[in-house]
Design a protein around this ligand. Sequence first.
Ligand code: NDP
Length: 245
Amino acid sequence: MQLEGKTAFVTGGSRGIGAAIAVRLAAEGADIALTYVAGADAAAGIVGRIEALGRKAFAFQADSADARSVRTAVDAAAAALGKLDVVVHNAGVFSAGPIEEITAEEIDRVLAIHVRAVLVGTQAALPHMPDGGRIISIGSNLADRVARPGLTLYSASKAALDGLTRGLARDLGSRGITAVLVQPGSTDTDMNPASSPHADDQRALSALGHYGAAEDIAATVAHLAGPGGRHISGTTITIDGGQNA
Ligand code: NDP
């Protein structure tokens, strides 16, 4: 178990990719704190799965759109776990529509969840993070290739994580803390079900011809969080079955 004695904080860990990451890191030996915004029952279910693995788990309600809420959740997680070795910024929302119709409120909300929360959450986590820690952000392959109209805001918000990750790598490298951006492609979750009417178009873009599973993303995050991630920093790993190839 490569994460024995480690702790991890995962935002949006109640469902989908974040839940798979939380469970996988726990299976590798880490104690876990996760956040959710509305899904208290789902979060309790993931806490139960992690406890069944013999690890500690805590769930905190925190809206990533609210900076104060993010800081409070990080501090609560650190108090519960004692330290934060691994921080996974995963919470996200899909946003799509004609460029002419995007409101300023929607722009603020999406940027707050996808960008500001990552910065603020990292700032709050740093005093609790030992040297050699890991900061892993979940972006999207749509940051690199926008395959259809209507995705300007979502793609822009995820593209911001590229510069953010490179900057963090430089800011924190002297402490042995790494920063990596993980970019999923179409992954079967509530956000993007493999059974939706839009799924065949996404499959057609993929070199492998099928959706990824949340566990595919979790496997790479586990590698980055473990000893194998020690020298991977300031870079991006895209896990999209070749959609952007
Ligand atoms: P889901 O919609 O399946 O799950 C989203 C998770 O984030 C839930 O745990 C949800 O909590 C939480 N969440 C949503 N909004 C907030 C918020 N404001 N504050 C705190 N938590 C929040 O999404 P996925 O698992 O598919 O997506 C996870 C990440 O992966 C996102 O960043 C997404 O953009 C990215 N991604 C997903 C792809 C896909 O095809 N699925 C492709 C590329 C990137 P709750 O249960 O309380 O609602």
